[in-house]
Design a protein around this ligand. Structure first.
Ligand code: GRF
Length: 196
């Protein structure tokens, strides 16, 4: 898991992959959390969950990132609120095994600089009647890889960017675990999968 922020998407995944009495063991587990920020809340959540955390001193260094991912025997790389561009060599190594969640309905409202509050402010300014979350494969451009799944939310009269962000985040916390678990159940196909 690559994250730069508070890690609520990481937490949703940790909860979805936790072993619970009376339910079958989930087909996936979080083996490591990697951040470009030593103070990222995601690293605190990893520590609390007993998951190894790593900070990348040079996030643009593909070899350093690949070394961590291979050391931790990562099969699927999940970006959630990771604000750095993943080096192309790392994307190539994890082709169709690296996914990202974006808080809007791609291909609209994506691309460089479209993250955080700005995404929702742009959606509101556009007059779009709906927004939502998108899980997609990572390729060499921000937010452009094949879409795996999306979930929509209504834009409501009087919405502020913060209100819309909160509504989208709720469906992110449902969509990302659902996609990760389904990809795991399918054995992490090495070709693009479209779920919804
Ligand atoms: C989420 O809105 C995600 O879609 C975007 O960054 C935010 C991450 O939030 N890429 P968190 O750190 O998982 O709470």
């Amino acid at each position: 898991m690559l994250a730069s922020g508070g890690g609520t998407n990481l937490q949703a995944l940790l909860d979805a992959c936790a072993e619970r009495p009376g339910r079958p063991a989930p087909p996936a587990r979080i083996v490591a959390v990697v951040s470009d920020r030593p103070t990222a809340g995601a690293l605190d959540r990893a520590r609390q969950a007993g998951v190894p955390g790593h900070t990348l001193a040079h996030p643009d260094n593909a070899a350093a990132l690949l070394e961590v991912l291979q050391q931790e025997r990562v099969d699927l790389v999940v970006l959630a609120g990771y604000l750095k561009k993943v080096p192309a060599a790392a994307v190539a190594h994890f082709r169709h095994r690296m996914i990202n969640i974006h808080p809007a309905l791609l291909p609209a409202f994506g691309g460089a600089g479209m993250y955080g509050r700005r995404v929702h402010a742009t959606v509101l300014a556009s007059g779009a009647p709906t927004s939502g979350a998108t899980v997609h494969y990572v390729d060499d451009e921000y937010d452009r890889g094949p879409i795996i799944a999306q979930r929509t939310v209504p834009v409501l009269p009087g919405d502020t960017p913060e209100m819309l962000a909160a509504r989208v985040l709720t469906v992110e916390h449902e969509l990302l675990p659902a996609v990760v678990l389904e990809l795991a159940r399918r054995g992490l196909p090495d070709h693009p999968v479209r779920l919804t």
